[in-house]
Design a protein around this ligand. Structure first.
Ligand SMILES: Cc1cc2nc3c(=O)[nH]c(=O)nc-3n(C[C@H](O)[C@H](O)[C@H](O)COP(=O)(O)OP(=O)(O)OC[C@H]3O[C@@H](n4cnc5c(N)ncnc54)[C@H](O)[C@@H]3O)c2cc1C
Length: 597
């Protein structure tokens, strides 16, 4: 049976000692927030995840969802768990108080997402999509739509979906065929087929709010002609009571590799009634607001799976006895030593630990910058933070989901043959983690977003939001002898990242395929530098704690040891990535298509 303990000590370390998250209370709207309150909320949230959501993870995987007469039934226990979650206000954790939410910062929401994804990614997706729908309507919807939908979404009485993908297009949304025909009463008739729609139909809520991309008559070609609509399963009246059944049905449930307890639906819209969100033809912009939040949410899926997979790897490595340590017997009273003594098992555990903890610090930093981008009084500071989030979102989405998959695989490897068997629980993590590298834009598309959009945007302004603070940090701390072994490798890799940025910008201008060819390696290099930067910050925080004699000495010493491993054994990958960027795209692109045989 798999285990899960919410990593609250590490979360508190990041919030308190690394990010100094109490400064959020200076932002307008968060005046009542305190770190203590945030930590209390996460303690409660962690308990709920460990005691209510996690015990349903394996049974949900086994049972999956079923479809009968257009209605989807989620696995046993899911509805009751969802009700507990909603009744205790968790659906509205970061929703505005005026809509019945708790009004908590995005940072706390980000941490809660991690806990949920570790406990039960499939169940968490129903809630995660609802928050995305809340965000899109909140930002772009008319006053009437907000009044009608936001309180219900915040309460968790209704849930949300995002309906983008069609059979012939997922990445290239400019090709969508779903049509929206205006009616005299201001509504639209939506007709088309959407596939792979997560939480498209289920029995957890009384209503489902679909956000649908469709084209108006005479819309411009391609991505510029897409509009966004809200299409409820049941059309609500003005008071928010649900009314007639709308013409949107789930015709098929996909049979898939993982997240089996989350319904993945083919949705048919047959002149379903919808209402425009935002301006005509500007739907992709509105959907991107939703998708940015969703990408951060998917990054947390990667992190959440990495954490729970790592925890299980550790538990097994301490208890499984095989062979003796190369350095001499470690457990003389046992027939063999626990496998945690073996260097290769250590390698897998340290890799998992260093990436998970570094990824937590990095993604929470993005969560906190998101708060600053939304709530800071100074417009310049809001813009700075917004640029930072825009730059880092594709990086953490791709890196943390790639590593979530890798760490889940490592957990299977640590379990040996037992990991390959369903009962161990860890092979589920491999299957569940895999989709996060694909949806919300594949990781290849995240890399293109980084080099093609974020890098050149405003003549490199977004890049400077990361490069300048890193440079300042290096200058400030390079003389500190205690930090040398951390700062030096980080600074070296950072220098190479700046070089490859210039090279890609130059080559990409002449030949865009060069930028495309470099993009995935560049993103990985960028992620490794960002992780190293956070590890340096964590070392400083841990060293300060050790000097002051406060807190758990072993925890801070382990932090510094883990940082050392990251610098020695994880960051060097950036040298190889740098070389691959320098190599250019010729060897990738030169071969004739016919030679792929
Ligand atoms: C379980 C599951 C849940 C999902 N949930 C949702 C949902 O809730 N809502 C929704 O709308 N969709 C959802 N999706 C769809 C998902 O977002 C798409 O599958 C994904 O965006 C990729 O689109 P595609 O499958 O059409 O692949 P394609 O777009 O056909 O891409 C195929 C491959 O080509 C690559 N590629 C494409 N274009 C380029 C390019 N220009 N440069 C480099 N590489 C390129 C891609 O990276 C990929 O490797 C879900 C999918 C699954 C499997």
């Amino acid at each position: 049976m798999p285990v899960y303990n919410p990593p609250l000590d590490d979360i508190k370390f990041v919030l308190n000692d690394v990010l100094g998250a109490d400064k959020l209370s200076k932002l307008s709207g968060y005046e009542d927030f305190s770190l203590e309150l945030g930590e209390q909320i996460l303690e409660e949230g962690g308990k709920l995840c460990a005691e209510v959501l996690f015990p349903l993870n394996q049974s949900g995987d086994k049972e999956g969802c079923t479809l009968k007469d257009g209605e989807v039934t989620t696995p046993k226990g899911f509805k009751a768990a969802y009700d507990i979650f909603a009744e205790n206000g968790w659906c509205g954790l970061a929703c505005d108080e005026e809509h019945g939410g708790m009004g908590m910062p995005m940072l706390i929401n980000t941490a809660m997402k991690e806990l949920i994804c570790s406990a039960n990614m499939s169940l968490g997706m129903y809630m995660g999509l609802s928050f995305g729908a809340y965000e899109a309507i909140h930002k772009f919807g008319s006053g009437g739509l907000k009044d009608l939908y936001l309180p219900k979404l915040a309460e968790g009485a209704w849930s949300g979906t995002m309906c983008l993908t069609e059979p012939h297009c997922g990445t290239d949304l400019g090709l969508i065929k779903t049509k929206a025909i205006p009616n005299d009463d201001g509504s639209y008739n939506i007709t088309g087929t959407k596939i792979f729609i997560s939480a498209g139909e289920h029995d957890l809520t009384e209503n489902i709010v679909h956000l649908v991309l469709a084209k108006l008559p005479n819309a411009p070609e391609g991505a510029r002609g897409i509009s966004l609509f809200v299409v409820p399963k049941f059309v609500p009246n003005d008071k928010g009571d649900i009314g007639e059944r709308n013409a949107v049905i789930c015709s098929t449930l996909e049979h898939k590799m993982g997240i089996k307890a989350n319904s993945t639906c083919v949705m048919n819209f047959d002149e379903a009634k919808g209402w425009l969100i935002g301006e005509p033809h500007k739907g992709l912009r509105a959907m991107f607001a939703f998708m940015n939040d969703a990408r951060l949410g998917v990054a947390m899926q990667g992190l959440g799976i990495a954490e729970v997979a790592y925890q299980n790897g550790v538990a097994y490595a301490k208890e499984r006895l095989q062979m003796r340590s190369l350095a001499g017997v470690k457990a003389p009273d046992e027939p063999a030593d626990p496998i945690i003594v073996h260097p290769d098992v250590r390698r897998m555990l340290m890799l998992s630990k260093s990436v998970t903890e570094g990824g937590r610090a990095l993604s929470y930093l993005v969560g906190m910058e998101l708060d600053i981008s939304l709530k800071h009084a100074d417009e310049k500071e809001r813009q700075r933070a917004d640029d930072f989030v825009a730059l880092l979102t594709p990086i953490i989405k791709a890196y943390l989901t790639d590593m979530g998959s890798e760490i889940a695989n490592l957990a299977v490897q640590i379990y040996g043959g037992h990991g390959y068997i369903w009962e161990s629980g860890v092979e589920q993590y491999v299957r569940d983690a895999r989709i996060a590298q694909i949806y919300e834009g594949t990781n290849g598309i995240q890399a293109l977003d980084l080099v093609g959009r974020k890098m050149p945007q405003n003549f490199g302004r977004l890049l400077r939001r990361f490069f300048h603070p890193v440079q300042e940090f290096i200058e400030q701390h390079q003389g500190n002898a205690e930090l040398q072994e951390f700062i030096f490798p980080m600074a070296k890799s950072f220098m190479k990242l700046q070089q490859s940025t210039a090279i890609i910008a130059q080559k990409g201008l002449k030949n865009p395929d060069e930028a495309g060819a470099a993009s995935v390696d560049y993103l990985r290099h960028f992620a490794l530098v960002a992780m190293a930067f956070m590890w340096c910050k964590m070392v400083i925080a841990a060293q300060e704690k050790l000097k002051s004699g406060e807190g758990d000495k072993a925890f801070y010493e382990a932090k510094i040891q883990t940082a050392k491993f990251f610098m020695d054994r994880v960051l060097p990958e950036s040298d190889a990535r740098f070389k691959m960027v320098l190599a250019g795209g010729d060897s990738m692109m030169a071969m004739d298509e016919a030679a792929f045989n």
